[in-house]
Design a protein around this ligand. Structure first.
Ligand SMILES: [Zn+2]
Length: 365
């Protein structure tokens, strides 16, 4: 098993960032966890999910109304993931552990496992960001090449065209395959998953059963198999596409860097926080609408530096992070608009599909 390590002995950059950001919360006399805006969003998205579910399953409208509503249910589910689950699983939603756990369980309600998400996302992705061989977010599947160090095939030349269709199946793959792979292997790629207690076994299987019952059995019973299948697939395609695109905009774009730990141990010469800034990108930071719906995932640099701070604070700590980065001459990767970031992601897929391999960063090729 290969390993990656950082040079954290003199983490001056992170110390300076932390001091300034801690100072912000002290001066405002506020907690870094969620506030009324987060609670409002939680209520709004959960209520929308419940209403859409009841209408679709028990008062099913004609198909041309039902189908867009299934898509909307998919979108609202993704918003719960971005806003509620993500903050909860990072322990950023509340100062109370049980509140964070409960919010994290919104992911279980949507078919996946908050336990494995925490292992995959908090532990692995947030530490080994964009390190090929360790970060599951850029794990190559045969049809997609996400990093310059990954094997190239002739069909990758077209991945910027077919990639988005595959993204549609990401969530189905996650719920019905990736979770079970982690369950039986007890690993996220190379990293072992520890602490899987009897309670977690029960929660895992119970969540899967409840999901199958609520989102498959009950709808089939009420609307029939064909309508269920069309509606279910529509919902899953929307969730998958939204999750994949939004998370990819943070790391697989032209400005971000990649590292390779597939062949030998990787010693990164700079501190962890600098690695986070180099491998991550912000987008549309001036848009309150994007911030509202995407759970602050447009402030990914801030999120990767301070994952335990609720996303509702990111617009306020963004200028502080910019200032400290300038002081340490660390460049922040940034796209002014979400459309710009989406275009950059697909250009990056094209670059990688054409064999971008130079150095640590595909942008050099
Ligand atoms: Zn995160």
């Amino acid at each position: 098993m290969v390993r990656a390590s950082f040079n954290n002995r003199q983490a001056h950059f992170y110390s300076a960032l932390k001091e300034e950001v801690d100072g912000y919360f002290k001066s405002k006399n506020i907690k870094p966890t969620g506030n009324w805006l987060l609670y409002l969003k939680t209520a709004l998205f959960l209520l929308a999910t419940l209403s859409l579910y009841v209408v679709l399953v028990f008062y099913t409208p004609v198909w041309y109304v039902a189908l867009p509503l299934c898509g909307l249910l998919g979108a609202v589910s993704a918003f719960i993931g971005f806003n509620v689950m993500h903050d909860g699983c990072h322990g950023a939603y509340s100062t109370k552990k049980w509140v964070n756990e409960t919010m994290g369980y919104s992911l279980n309600l949507l078919g996946s496992s908050s336990f494995f998400w925490k292992a995959k996302h908090n532990l692995v992705h947030h530490t080994f960001t964009n390190i090929d061989g360790m970060d599951e977010d850029i794990e190559p599947i045969p049809l997609l090449r996400f990093a310059p160090s990954q094997p190239l095939n002739f069909f990758h030349k077209y991945q910027h065209l077919y990639g988005v269709f595959l993204y549609g199946f990401v969530y189905l793959f996650w719920v019905f395959f990736a979770d079970f792979k982690k369950y039986f292997s007890r690993k996220v790629m190379e990293t072992p998953i520890n602490g899987f207690s009897t309670r977690e076994h029960i929660v895992f299987w119970l969540s899967k059963l409840i999901y199958v019952f609520l989102f498959m059995v009950v709808p089939i019973y009420n609307v029939g198999f064909v309508l269920f299948l069309v509606g279910f697939i529509t919902m899953q395609l929307v969730i998958g596409m939204m999750l994949a695109v939004v998370f990819q905009l943070a790391h697989v774009v032209e400005k971000t860097e990649f590292e390779d730990a597939t062949k030998a141990d990787l010693k990164i010469e700079h501190e962890w926080a600098i690695h986070q800034v180099r491998t991550t990108a912000d987008f549309a930071t001036g848009s309150p609408v994007v911030s509202f719906f995407l759970g602050g995932l447009n402030y990914q640099v801030e999120h990767h530096l301070f994952p335990k701070i609720s996303h509702v604070h990111y617009p306020h700590i963004h200028p502080i992070v910019v200032k400290v980065c300038e002081r340490f001459d660390v460049e922040i990767n940034k796209y002014p608009t979400m459309v710009g970031a989406v275009l950059s992601h697909f250009r990056m897929l094209k670059l990688l599909g054409n064999g971008a391999t130079a150095g640590n960063s595909a942008k050099q090729s």
